[in-house]
Design a protein around this ligand. Structure first.
Ligand code: AMP
Ligand code: FES
Ligand code: ZN
Ligand code: ZN
Length: 332
């Protein structure tokens, strides 16, 4: 029988990339230690900082919230959980996500902040996914939703006087992102990639951190399961995801052939390729996108009007147009 490397109890996890077997308790401890090491090594959080944890209700960000809650005394930081209610009614997705968020905050006895897209900005992701809006934006709803979430994380960070916004992106997400952009040779995206993005106080940009970027997706699944965390099941109903799931399959096969390949891709990119790219193209990129403030909402943007305000304008105008059509139909 296979035994835990640390205590000799029956092992429940076998980590091929580390050539190690662990029992439940030692696996939980091992993950938390690795996140602590990541935060320290990449200087993600300094003492007395305020960290907003963006929590969707999924396994990654719920695990992130619980791990940060455990680390906050040792690292001496203030933790503020944040959830965006996106208003996705398909399968009650947003309702279930909000419930999971609230339950986790209650369990940890921390006050969480909820921002409702509908209440604050007058529209939902269901509206973004309507046929007329899709036609005008020419982007899949999940990608538009990504832009909206990034904007709201930053805005909430500014309003909460935070120093960092932490998200639950995991190693598998990050390796796929880098491989995809290497295939496309998207130098712009590669140069911007960093698990720690600094703040730009002049234009109100908060530092973004990814404390789980060295933890595999399967490890977070096990972590959430072993700790019996309350998470929302199922993926976002608007996620088309075929390329993503294809890339995941390919990465899984690569991991089978060469355990640890995702770690190698991400680490080597940061240590070797990125500095080389920066020395050749870094200045050029910096010059191309000076940030300023959006003339509508005052948040950071390289353009006169930010992407969020443009999206909002399109969605609200389509909603008004559709409402007017309904009224005229009712009068016919
Ligand atoms: P995704 O864009 O769905 O891959 O999510 C990436 C990260 O963004 C998650 O790990 C969370 O930290 C954060 N996130 C996604 N959706 C939400 C949400 N509705 N509210 C708060 N944070 C979210
Ligand atoms: Fe927001 Fe898919 S539409 S996560
Ligand atoms: Zn053990
Ligand atoms: Zn704006």
């Amino acid at each position: 029988m296979k035994r835990c490397r640390f205590c000799g109890k029956t092992a429940e996890v076998s980590l091929r990339y580390a050539n190690m077997r662990l029992c439940r308790d030692h696996f939980i401890e091992y993950i938390e230690k690795r996140v602590l090491k990541t935060i320290e090594q990449y200087k993600m959080i300094r003492p007395n900082e305020r960290v907003v944890a963006a929590v969707s209700g999924g396994k990654d960000s719920v695990s992130l919230l619980h791990i940060l809650a455990k680390l906050r005394e040792k690292l001496r930081f203030d933790l503020v959980p944040l959830h965006i209610d996106l208003g996705i009614s398909v399968d009650d997705f947003s309702k279930r996500a909000l419930e999971a968020f609230r339950e986790n905050c209650k369990e940890l006895d921390i006050d969480g902040i909820v921002i409702s897209l509908k209440d604050e900005y007058g529209f939902t992701i269901d509206n973004v996914a309507s046929r007329s809006v899709r036609r005008r934006l020419r982007r899949p709803p999940c990608s538009v939703c990504g832009t909206i979430k990034r904007y709201l994380f930053n805005k909430a960070g500014v309003e909460l006087n935070a120093d960092r916004v932490a998200t639950g992106h995991n190693l598998t997400d990050e390796a796929i992102f880098l491989l995809q952009n290497l295939i496309d040779m998207n130098l712009d995206a590669l140069l911007r990639y960093d698990p720690v993005l600094p703040s730009v106080p002049d234009v109100g940009l908060i530092s973004k951190i990814k404390p789980l970027f060295q933890i595999y997706e399967f490890e977070l699944e096990l972590y959430a399961k072993f700790r019996d965390l309350k998470i929302v099941s199922g993926a976002c109903p608007y996620r088309a995801g075929s390329t993503l799931s294809e890339m995941k399959k390919i990465l899984d096969e690569l991991e089978n052939l060469r355990p640890g390949v995702s770690i190698v891709v991400v680490r080597n990119f940061l240590k070797k390729l990125k500095p080389a790219l920066e020395s050749k193209y870094g200045e050029q990129i910096k010059r191309e996108v000076p940030l300023r403030r959006c003339s509508i909402c005052n948040m950071a943007t390289p353009l006169d009007i930010c992407a969020f305000c443009k999206i909002r304008d399109v969605v609200l105008s389509e909603m008004r147009g559709n409402a007017a059509k309904d009224v005229s139909r009712a009068h016919q």
